[in-house]
Design a protein. Sequence first.
Length: 453
Amino acid sequence: PQDKGRPPGQLVDVQLLALNDFHGNLEPPGGTIEGAPAGGAEYLASHVRRLEATNRNTVVVSAGDLIGASPLLSALFHDEPTIEAMNRIGLDLNAVGNHEFDEGADELLRMQKGGCHPVDGCLDGDGFAGAEFGFLAANVVRSDTGRTLLPPYQIRKFQGAKVAFIGMTLEGTPSIVTPSGVAGLEFRDEAETVNALVPELRRRGVESIVVLLHEGGLQPGGIDQCNGVSGPIVDIVQRMSDAVDVVVSGHTHRAYNCQIDGKLVTSASSFGRVLTDIDLTIDKGSGDVVVARADNLVVTRDVPKAGDVTELLDKYRQLAAPLANRVIGSITADVTRSATAAGESALGAVIADAQLAATDGRGEGGAAVAFMNPGGFRADLSYAPSGSEGPGEVTYGGGVHGPALRQHAGHRDADGSPARHPAGTAVVRAALPAGPAGVGRLHLHLGRHPARL
């Protein structure tokens, strides 16, 4: 609404549509949000377009982990389908998250610039043009040059009002990504990085600042609430300059809508199941945000699918079908993620045993025990068929979707040091949790080799 103390035309309304932790979930993911099935790229596109139509000053943003730890339809093609889908949906900016580094810096740059995969080529046969949106990485610096791997920020203008978008991942990314993925890179403190950029932005005439940060927190309330928010996001935001107006966060896969230290702080759950609608009112004279409010909206499936996104997904479904539908094993009952009070589950035990079987040979490291964290699997194995397979048959697609995170083997001797000999007598294969340090309780599912313990 027009402020009575300002002349007509002095205020500009800007809309941000935000998501985080999409993880290549192009097809509708399992589970519900507030009791309703939610998500799916075809439905997400329709919701984004409906909201965009309400304000021409709209920017669609993502707070990291757009790709990586993806279901088969995206992962099989090195996440190119997700990039192409987001091009069609109209994503404008994506801050890097830890999973953007799963395959290393060069692969991340390929996502931005395009080109065929250096080993597998262009698996869909028609090339890869890269992202039409911008990746941002303000706190990721090349060790050899001291320059950021990707642009630290982008400035947008709306009828004379300037808004800066700073993008970054969590400083702790190297601790949760395979070393080869972050080789030659430094990850710097989130708040210090933002604060160092504020003077530069102000010299460029920017007073309205939005941070897209792949780090987050927890809160036990509903998706649009802020009940006792905790976690790394609180300290980081409190240390940020007062010049920051909005922080779009992620990483913890939680939804919240908070005010922290005078800043609007949001998160939109995960997998494209929630979309945050942020409305800013900016004074063109001062450049300041005078009103900032947000609503977390469920990406329901009661809207028409976006036809152009359906066309893209159908293309990749056809290409993936021969591998996805191949039967790789069988089960006699559901194998689920349902956990005991100790955090154990049938699916966790099966995956840990499988990891041990893959690494217990003398030529594979001679592992005696394997660990699997529950954050690394995201779907049950169901006895009932979900497609053309028979009852109890497990397909490659179903098996990949269960342990959705790409786990990296890391053998360790019993004292925790890297294995010195391929046939080490007490070697551990550990899949460490991807959640933020200090958040939640650590559970690891155990697979053990009786002959070596």
